[in-house]
Design a protein around this ligand. Structure first.
Ligand code: C5P
Length: 213
């Protein structure tokens, strides 16, 4: 079974995808980490006139099995850098095969990102599109960062999330929208356990309908 979990920054899709992977005993790929790794590889080139070429070269050289440590990948800065490299068509193409192969492994997988249900794996068995309002997403991300001992400027974080959403939604090469056959899950008012229960109910419902004679 392939489960695609898409949604904007800090919507809870990563935590949900991890929970679903554990629940259904499937391997999980957080595809945002790939874009974040490429972003970090060209962090010093953002203002360079060759930024696009360097980002493409970095994406083609990326070894998904050897990513930087998680703390570095999940920093707010890496998220912003990721959204800059993610608008480049060749960067997305360079990483698509790896994501598709991961999805198509025997037994299936759970992948989370922005374009899993639309581009990477349109044939996924179950597609979830996770949303939450910007304030709730900012607060969740702020708490995650504070749990790591970081000081958070909530105003700046809110704007960073909005700016990233805008860049992602306008990405001409992105495929960041809800697939027609995706199930919308709004987690604004749900804690993680409630959101996971809702996601499992959706997946179980799809499976039950498919198994009906
Ligand atoms: O999901 P996460 O916040 O880690 O993603 C970081 C950035 O990587 C996103 O803002 C987006 O620009 C990009 N991304 C993407 N397609 C994906 C996953 C992430 O464009 N499948």
């Amino acid at each position: 079974m392939i489960i695609a979990v898409d949604g904007p920054a800090a919507s809870g899709k990563g935590t949900l995808a991890e929970g679903l992977a554990e629940h259904y005993q499937l391997p999980h790929l957080d595809t945002g980490l790939l874009y974040r790794a490429v972003g970090l590889m060209v962090a010093d080139d953002l203002e360079s006139p060759d930024f696009t070429e360097r980002a493409i070269a970095a994406a083609r050289a990326l070894k998904p099995g050897q990513l930087p440590e998680r703390k570095q990948l999940t920093s707010a800065g890496a998220g912003v850098l990721a959204s800059h490299v993610a608008v480049i068509r060749e960067v997305r193409e360079a990483m698509r095969d790896y994501q598709r192969n991961f999805a198509l492994q025997p037994g299936g997988a759970v992948l989370d990102g922005r374009d899993i249900g639309t581009v990477v794996c349109p044939e996924a068995d179950v597609k979830l599109f996770i949303v939450a309002d910007s304030k709730a997403r900012m607060e969740r991300r702020a708490r995650q960062l504070e749990a790591r001992g970081l000081t958070v400027d909530r105003y700046a974080l809110y704007h960073q999330i909005e700016e990233r959403d805008a860049r992602d939604s306008a990405n001409p090469n992105g495929g960041f929208y809800k697939a027609d056959d995706a199930h919308l899950l709004d987690t604004t008012l749900l804690d993680i356990q409630a959101a996971l229960r809702a996601a499992v109910a959706i997946v179980d419902g799809v499976v039950a309908r498919r198994e009906k004679p």
